[in-house]
Design a protein around this ligand. Structure first.
Ligand code: NAD
Length: 547
């Protein structure tokens, strides 16, 4: 059937984006009651999580269990695992949906995702938050800032940025009109998302689709429940069939299959550095296969630092460390995981950290009093345990706080602070991705060398923070650490970037730094066509200089 779009002749203005307010979930609030009820509902049922290909729910014989990280014996959902056949189906469906979707007027595409934002903000808020709490073990505040607010912000701000991009046009000379068109990429796109942020998992496929692309989306096997809620909302918002195809398949095999396809046009990845490097190599190996050079965006690991100057307020430093390192069990790419504290304020910082850490409760997110919940799975638990055991047994390190772990019910690791005498101790440079912070106390006169040390210790360059009340020191550190972090914080923890306010991403081994939730990121998903129209075309080849 031939599709005829009734193009509007208006230049539409996207509603001005505003960050979604973070609800309090204080005792007695309506939102607390609603989210805890939704949490119970997930726990007391077995949710069925199909793949979604071409708008259809796909179930296979390979049914896998979804368990709660906080209650490992509790299966609360099933998901269906696919094979190469499903990858092929998803690619075919994305390619089939492409021309119709790409021809859809941009403001109509925006309207779908803006509607999805309102569904998440209203009728689906408790559900998406509860899914994130049950499936990814986030406390209610962490779920709210991620799966409700950040996801809503991505959808609202991206519509606004898309409009800004489309509006951007070149200048024109006499008797000509220059225009640029922002074409979607030619082919299909591939989004591969991590377990730790529901917002990222929704944003990666949605931002590509917003710009007119069709997508094969492979979420993490550890984030299936909230991924299902995202697909349900996108469908309810009116996303046409085949625009985003969600599959649960083996990551490595799927990457090999997708990246050897001639129509593969773009990768939007967030996850660990090694996986991204492997995918980039695959793209390199297949470079002669493609119709067009694929766009590659990857936001990857971190080893994020907090540096205190001796002018800093010790209680602010301690709070930045505690919140920065232990919120969501340190499973944020931006989590503070190495700290550098001057000897002159160390005792005060230590005392204040001790006071705060003694109050922190560890347990299931079902009890909102628990600040720290479970790490995502057995693998994460074992990794954390190995670093704690290393620190317990190495003469260069000691466990200052925490160091307890228990996987008898769920994967619980207590907030742990390692103190090391060796600034190159393993946990000062390797990404752990758990509630483990390593501190190094430097002599005050070693300030300049400490700046160099921070810059050179790790391969990553995602986030970093300086606490200082001396503007000279702040300026010096900002310059010396210019390339050590893509998001640099002054007197604040290095986590909690807000869409539209602190565009997020890092360089070096932390990624391509294309800043999710910004215009810079959306520009990666379009390919510009320039059109020059001449109103008075010349009728002879001779230029005036030829006489
Ligand atoms: P991961 O790399 O294990 O998995 C990410 C995705 O890749 C998942 O969908 C997974 O199934 C898939 N995958 C796994 N192996 C693959 C392979 N060989 N080929 C193709 N795909 C494969 O990461 P994770 O544990 O889900 O997330 C944690 C990591 O993500 C951390 O390293 C963290 O720093 C990083 N992260 C970075 C950012 C950022 O913005 N820089 C944000 C969130 C998370």
């Amino acid at each position: 059937m031939q599709q005829i779009y009734f193009m509007s002749n208006a230049i539409s203005i996207v509603p001005h984006p505003v960050n979604e307010p973070v609800l309090s979930y204080a005792p007695g609030t309506k939102e607390r009651e609603a989210v805890l009820a939704a949490y119970k509902e997930f726990c007391n049922s077995t949710t069925d999580i199909p793949m979604y290909i071409g708008g259809k729910e796909i179930r296979t014989e390979d049914v896998r269990n979804v368990i709660s990280p906080q209650d490992k014996n509790h299966r609360f959902a099933n998901y269906y695992y696919g094979t190469e056949e499903h990858v092929e189906m998803a690619i075919a469906s994305a390619l089939q949906a492409k021309s119709k979707w790409a021809a859809m007027p941009w403001e109509q595409r925006c309207a779908i995702f803006l509607k999805a934002a309102e569904l998440f903000a209203g009728p689906y808020r408790a559900k998406i938050n509860a899914a994130t709490m049950v499936g990814q073990s986030k406390n209610v505040h962490q779920a709210e800032i991620d799966s409700a607010c950040e996801l809503i912000d991505f959808l609202r701000f991206n519509a606004h940025f898309a409009a800004e991009i489309y509006k951007e046009q070149p200048v024109s000379d006499d008797a000509i009109w220059n225009r640029v068109e922002y074409r979607p990429l030619e082919g299909f796109c591939f989004a591969v998302t991590p377990f730790n942020f529901t917002a990222i998992s929704g944003n990666l496929p949605a931002s590509m689709a917003l710009m007119g692309n069709t997508v094969v989306w492979k979420p993490s096997d550890k984030q299936t429940l909230s991924a299902k809620v995202i697909m349900d909302v996108f469908q309810e918002a009116g996303l046409p069939d085949g625009v985003i195809n969600m599959i649960f398949t083996d990551g490595k095999k799927t990457a090999e299959q997708v990246m050897s396809h001639k129509d593969f046009a773009g990768l939007h990845f967030t996850g660990s550095t090694d996986v991204f490097r492997n995918m980039w190599s695959l793209i390199g190996q297949n470079i002669n296969t493609y119709k067009t050079y694929p766009r590659i965006v990857g936001e990857t690991g971190g080893k994020d630092f907090v540096l205190a100057h001796n002018s800093a307020d010790p209680s602010q430093v301690a709070t930045g460390l505690v919140r920065g390192a232990f919120e969501y069990q340190g499973q944020k790419c931006s989590a503070a995981s190495r700290g550098y504290i001057p000897r002159s304020i160390w005792e005060q910082v230590k005392t204040e950290m001790k006071r705060q850490l003694e109050e922190i409760k560890v347990g299931s997110p079902e009890d909102p009093q628990n600040f720290v919940n479970a790490v995502i799975d057995q693998g994460a638990f074992d990794r954390c345990k190995s670093y704690i055991d290393l620190a317990k047994n190495d003469p260069d390190a000691e466990i200052l706080f925490g160091g307890k772990y228990d996987d008898s019910v769920g994967f619980f690791v207590h907030p742990t602070v390692i103190l090391t005498k060796n600034p190159n101790f393993k946990s000062m440079w390797e990404e752990i991705f758990g509630p483990i912070l390593t501190l190094y106390v430097y002599d005050d006169e070693e300030w300049k060398n400490t700046l160099q040390l921070i810059d050179n210790t790790s391969i990553y360059a995602l986030t970093g923070a300086i606490f200082s009340r001396c503007r000279y020191a702040t300026v010096e550190a900002s310059k010396a650490l210019e390339n050590a972090a893509g998001n640099f914080y002054i007197n604040d923890k290095p986590t909690g970037a807000v869409v539209g306010q602190q565009p997020f991403g890092g360089a070096r081994a932390s990624g391509t730094n294309d800043k999710a939730g910004s215009k810079m990121n959306l520009l990666r998903w379009v390919s510009v066509r320039t059109i020059k129209e001449t109103f008075l075309s010349p009728k002879d080849y001779k230029y005036p200089f030829l006489g």
